[in-house]
Design a binder for this molecule. Structure first.
Ligand SMILES: NC(=[NH2+])NCCC[C@H](N)C(=O)O
Ligand SMILES: [Mn+2]
Ligand SMILES: [Mn+2]
Length: 315
């Protein structure tokens, strides 16, 4: 495991961007996710794998009085989410430009608006592999919930339904191309999202394809789509709810019929093996949902997914 991914600079350094943030969705507790992951020993575990780990405390967010943050259109907490993501973009962008591998711990998945913006600042030709039960591609028009964690992908793509997206989000540039994005694990897509995926020809491997082809083939096909010559930097955005709720119960929007423990880990291992990984998000761990045993299980799985993506091997 002395391998250094192609786009990083030695000595291989992982920068932990802990984001105790829950403003992109309504359930309290997801802000405690990064705190639990770090307390469970993630940093030492990565050091053990040979990484130099940078972590100087969880990201501090500007205090925003949510009373002064009324919805804009359907979007809830728009100013808060926007400002937080903007500062995350800056942090991730700086680490990536330094040749470090930013590991962002959520927090809810709206944060990916920040992490992916940051990655593309350093790696403009990157591709994104989005592992999730959900597509998180609602626009300001299609969202039914108004929760911004269901929307980051549409902002990053600059989809047309977002002409009404608040000016507040003007800093989010359409850095992502539809053919540089691929999904794995989908199984709960809103009807507006289905249309967006179809109209824009976005490649998605739902659980149906995982069952049909097996995870090995699915990861290969996903890479063939976004990274045919295996020469583009890869940003992996992993929502823990991609896993089956029996594997990762403590999350805000669990959906049955998800990835097994091994399927989730296989994705991480296989992306590490490409030598192209430049950034990783682990999102939506919510330690206040479910009993103690389930929380411990979910946090442990979160840590082991990160280790797999950063080179832990079985043999
Ligand atoms: N990151 C997540 N867990 N997203 C869940 C999104 C659920 C639903 N599609 C929505 O837009 O509200
Ligand atoms: Mn999800
Ligand atoms: Mn998600």
């Amino acid at each position: 495991m002395s391998l250094l991914p192609r786009f990083l600079k030695g000595p291989k350094t992982a920068s932990i961007v802990g984001c105790p943030f829950s403003g992109g969705q309504p359930k309290v507790g997801v802000d405690q996710g990064p705190i639990h992951l770090v307390e469970a020993g993630l940093i030492d575990q990565l050091k053990e794998l040979g990484w130099n780990v940078k972590f100087d405390g969880h990201h501090q967010f500007e205090e925003i009085n949510t009373a002064n943050d009324p919805p804009i259109g359907k979007l809830k907490n728009p100013r808060y989410v926007s400002r937080v993501c903007q500062s995350v973009a800056q942090a991730v962008g700086e680490h990536a430009k330094n040749g470090e591998l930013p590991v962002t711990l959520g927090g809810d998945h709206s944060l990916a608006m920040g992490t992916i913006s940051g990655t593309f600042e350093a790696h403009p030709d990157a591709c994104v592999i989005w592992v999730d039960a959900h597509a998180d591609i609602n626009t300001a028009e299609t969202t039914e919930s108004g929760n911004i964690h269901g929307m980051p992908v549409s902002f990053l793509l600059g989809l047309p339904g977002n002409d009404h997206k608040p000016n507040e989000f003007g800093w989010v540039k359409p850095v992502l191309r539809t053919d540089r994005l691929v999904y794995i694990g989908l199984r709960d897509i809103d009807s507006g999202e289905k249309k967006i995926l179809k109209d824009n020809n976005i490649r998605a491997f739902s659980m149906h394809e995982v069952d049909k082809y097996g995870i090995g083939k699915v990861v290969e096909m996903a890479l063939d789509h976004v990274n045919p010559n295996r020469d583009r930097p890869i940003h992996l955005s992993f929502d823990v709810d991609a896993l089956d709720p029996s594997v990762a119960p403590s999350t805000g929007t669990p959906v049955r019929g998800g990835l097994t423990f091994r399927e989730g880990h296989y994705i991480c291992e296989a992306l590490w093996e490409t030598g192209l990984l430049v950034a990783l998000d682990l999102m939506e761990v919510n330690p206040s949902l479910a009993d103690d045993v389930s929380v411990q299980q979910t946090v442990a799985v979160g840590c082991s997914l990160v280790r797999s993506a950063l080179g832990e091997t079985l043999l």
